[in-house]
Structures are given as structure tokens and as C-alpha cells.
Design a protein around this ligand. Structure first.
Ligand code: EPZ
Length: 417
């Protein structure tokens, strides 16, 4: 298995380009199932999760290939309605085919996704929404089987603003009979991007990005044409890398409007963040100031940036309190950061981080996508060499990260176990 070997201490300098958002591309690829014909999705990143979704769609009968960063999907012959365990178990986002398959074929069978490193991550709210729209749901040997002769529009209220739950219901409702109203909908930019892609297919959606979304079902949709938004978490990750190394980095092809809460937090650490016509120029302080943060649904501070901010706070001046309110077990990076000399105490969903002067490089273990990113951020500033193992977690969500970091002057190379 691959490792990343990083020799810390270099201040990052130069320019980096951000790729398309993984968490927008995945639901938009699934949305292609809603209509026969040739779909074109631009600015799709080359990531393990994208190829997994491509394999899953091909398994369902779609034609899929990636030409440079454009995904071409032909969904004329989608007949198979089952998503197998071996694919779903490697990528939870596979549940995103439930809504489109139900709407297109009237049935769907998806292996119930197991938990993952960061939490149990049930899909009860997705299923509640489908039931309200007239679907029947059975659980057979670990598979969820959902079917409905014809989906009807419904009033659906989510206890929690679930991102993929909102996306699943929006896709199912696009072809349902009548109007669906989603209350307490997720407001993430990736939800808005999916709504824009669905509108390019002829779907009738208003309110995406707000807490109430209305979808008027139509009888058929046309192939989608859409360009995926930039990845706000990749952008935030490079900001944190510049911040912890006291570097000066120009980040291109990013969308700052999606990062208000992250930018405000990083400014509080002493970072300079100067918008440019083509992106943003970020400058790290000599030593970050400590800040407190609590992860919240969008537009709050994103849980997907919690680990990267924590890495920065490990060497901050002062003590930070970082609370994780979205997932029950998203502190897997803490044990690894402690091995580098970080001073972190966890009580329930709250981590108290006392800044130390310097972290020390060490052999480290990646456990999930964003934890891996936080270990990179920490290793870039640590004294000496770090070797990060199991970086297949990283390859799920970051395209060519070691090349991008090397171009910024980091001493990083991909090694073998
Ligand atoms: C999406 O996951 C993202 N994944 C996650 O990014 C992200 O961390 C998360 O949203 C929160 O922003 C994709 O978009 C593919 P949720 P999702 O449903 O939709 C609970 C990454 O790093 N919940 O918004 O699975 C759930 O347990 C990944 O790219 C229920 O209880 O997250 C969690 O505590 C990691 N029942 C909370 O809601 C449900 O039916 C938020 O989950 C659904 C969710």
C-alpha cells in the first residue's frame, strides 16, 4: 500500500489549482440515472470515489467514461436496480442511487451502508422521505429494497439537515407526481449544485440552498449538462496548509462564497486572506493564534474542515476548544496528532488543544479522508520526517495532492509500505 513521506519545516509558496467538488460530482453523476441519453458533467475530479461511482453506474447499465475532467454518461439502458455490497461498502455515497433508481425504475436495492470510521451514519431519514412519497421499504439480508409504482409528492421534514438525504429526496421528487416540500433541508453548496444540474435536465426546483426546498415533479427529464463547482474542502485544506507553515499561497479556481465560516475562522488565527480576480491569496502568520470552533451544518463551520483546523491549532499560541457536533466519532486524527507531540484532551465531542511550539515527525496512520488531510497539514510543519500509512483514504478525496504540495515547495513523496 502507498504511503506519503513528508519532511516538515518548509513554508509553502506558489500557486495551486482546485479541482471539482467530490461531494457535488457524486450526486450529480447519480442524477444522470433519471434520464435516458448522453449526459455531460464537467470539472469532475479524478478521485477514487468518482471511479467507484462510475463502476456502480456501469453495474446498473449506464455507460461511463471520464474524458480529461468531463464525465460522459449514457443512461439509455439502465435496467439493473441493485447496488452490490462490494461497491457500497467502499463508498457510502452509493446510497445516492436510491432516489434516482426509485424514480426511474420504480424500485431500488442497495446494500445498507455499514458504519464508517467517523460514525454509524444511518440513512433512516432518507427512507422516511421515500416512504412519505409512497414507497415501500423492506430490509433483506443487509439490503434495503425500496419500491413504488409511482412516487407522489409529499411534505417531508428532516430532524437533521442531512446532505445526501436532501439530495436523494430532491432527485426522487424530480419525477414524482405533484409537489414535494423538504423542510429543514441541508443548505450545502453541493446541494445547490445538484439542484442546478437537475434544473439543466428540466426539473422544477425552488429554494435549494435554503431550509425549505420545493420540487414540482415532471413526467420526464432530459440529459444533463453541468459544470461541477470547485471543492471548498480541498480549498480549505490548502488554506490550512499555508496557515500552519507560515506560507504564502495563491489558490485558483476556488469559490470563496462557499467558505465564509472557514475564512472567518482562519482570519482569527492571524491568516491574511486576500480575494483575487482568479481566486485568493492566503498568507500564514508566524505562529497561528488559537481559536475555538464548533462544527455545524452549512453555513456553519464544516465538519469536513474540523481535523485540518485542529492540526493547525496543535502549534497555535494558546488553547483552542474544537467541538464536533455532526458525527459521533470524528476525532480519529487525535491519537495520531498526539504521537507528533500534540497536547489534546477529548471530552465527549469536545477537544481541548493546547498549542505547542513544534510537532515532531513520526510514522502515522490515516483512518478516514479528512483525518488523513489533517496529518498532512501537521506533518508539513513538524520537525523531521513523517510517514503516513494507508493513504488510500486520502486518494478518495484529494487528486494528486503530493504533486500539488510539491509544486508549493513541500518536501513530500509517495512511498510504498
Ligand atoms: C455528507 O455526508 C458528506 N458526504 C460528508 O462528507 C459530510 O461530512 C457530511 O455530509 C456532513 O456535511 C457526501 O456528500 C458524499 P449527513 P452525509 O447525512 O450526507 C445523521 C467527506 O469527507 N443522519 O448530512 O452522509 C448522520 O449520522 C464526507 O467528503 C441520520 O441520523 O452526512 C450525521 O450525524 C465525510 N440519519 C448527520 O446526520 C440519516 O438518515 C449528518 O449526516 C442521515 C444522516
Amino acid at each position: 500500500m502507498d504511503t506519503l513521506v513528508i519532511k516538515g519545516g518548509k513554508r509553502l509558496k506558489g500557486t495551486v489549482e482546485i479541482g471539482g467538488a467530490k461531494n457535488a460530482a457524486l450526486p450529480i453523476m447519480a442524477a444522470a440515472l433519471l434520464a435516458p441519453g448522453e449526459h455531460r458533467i464537467g470539472n469532475v475530479p479524478h478521485l477514487r470515489d468518482i471511479s467507484t461511482m462510475g463502476r456502480l453506474l456501469a453495474n446498473l447499465g449506464a455507460g461511463f467514461h471520464l474524458e480529461s475532467n468531463t464525465a460522459l454518461l449514457d443512461c439509455s439502458k439502465v435496467k439493473n436496480y441493485a447496488a452490490p455490497y462490494e461497491l457500497v461498502s467502499t463508498m457510502r455515497a452509493s446510497v445516492l442511487v436510491l432516489g434516482p433508481l426509485l424514480a426511474r425504475l420504480g424500485k431500488a436495492k442497495v446494500s445498507l451502508p455499514g458504519g464508517c470510521a467517523i460514525g454509524a451514519r444511518p440513512i433512516n431519514l432518507h427512507l422516511m422521505g421515500f416512504e412519505k412519497m409512497g414507497a415501500s421499504i423492506t430490509l433483506e439480508s443487509g439490503y434495503i429494497f425500496v419500491k413504488a409504482k409511482k412516487l407522489r409528492g409529499a411534505q417531508i421534514n428532516f430532524d437533521i439537515p442531512t446532505v445526501t438525504g436532501t439530495e436523494n429526496i430532491m432527485m426522487a421528487a424530480a419525477l414524482a407526481e405533484g409537489k414535494t416540500v423538504i423542510e429543514n433541508a441541508a443548505r450545502e453548496p453541493e446541494v445547490v449544485d445538484l439542484a442546478d444540474a437537475l434544473k439543466s435536465m428540466g426539473a422544477r426546483i425552488i429554494g435549494a440552498g435554503e431550509s425549505v426546498i420545493e420540487i414540482d415533479g415532471v413526467s420526464r427529464l432530459r440529459p444533463l449538462r453541468h459544470e461541477v463547482i470547485p471543492d471548498r474542502i480541498e480549498t480549505g485544506t490548502f488554506m490550512a496548509a499555508a496557515g500552519i507553515t507560515g506560507g504564502e499561497v495563491t489558490i485558483k479556481r476556488c469559490n470563496l462564497q462557499h467558505l465564509d465560516s472557514v475564512i472567518n475562522k482562519l482570519k482569527d488565527t492571524g491568516m491574511k486572506i486576500r480575494p483575487l480576480k482568479t481566486g485568493v491569496k492566503v498568507t500564514g502568520p508566524k505562529r497561528p493564534a488559537s481559536v475555538n470552533a464548533k462544527t455545524m451544518p452549512y453555513p456553519g463551520f464544516p465538519t469536513d474542515m474540523q481535523a485540518q483546523l485542529m492540526a493547525m491549532m496543535c502549534v497555535a499560541e494558546g488553547t483552542s476548544v474544537i467541538s464536533e457536533s455532526i458525527f459521533e466519532n470524528r476525532f480519529m486524527h487525535v491519537a495520531e496528532l498526539r504521537r507528533m507531540g500534540a497536547d489534546i484532551i477529548i471530552e465527549g465531542g469536545m477537544a481541548t488543544v493546547r498549542g505547542v511550539r513544534k510537532l515532531k515527525g513520526a510514522p502515522l496512520m490515516a483512518t478516514d479522508l479528512r483525518a488523513s488531510a489533517s496529518l498532512i497539514v501537521a506533518a508539513l510543519a513538524a520537525e523531521g520526517e513523517s510517514t503516513i500509512h494507508r493513504i488510500y483514504h486520502l486518494d478518495r478525496g484529494y487528486e494528486r495532492i503530493e504533486e500539488k504540495l510539491r509544486k508549493l515547495g513541500a518536501d513530500v513523496r509517495r512511498g510504498k509500505e
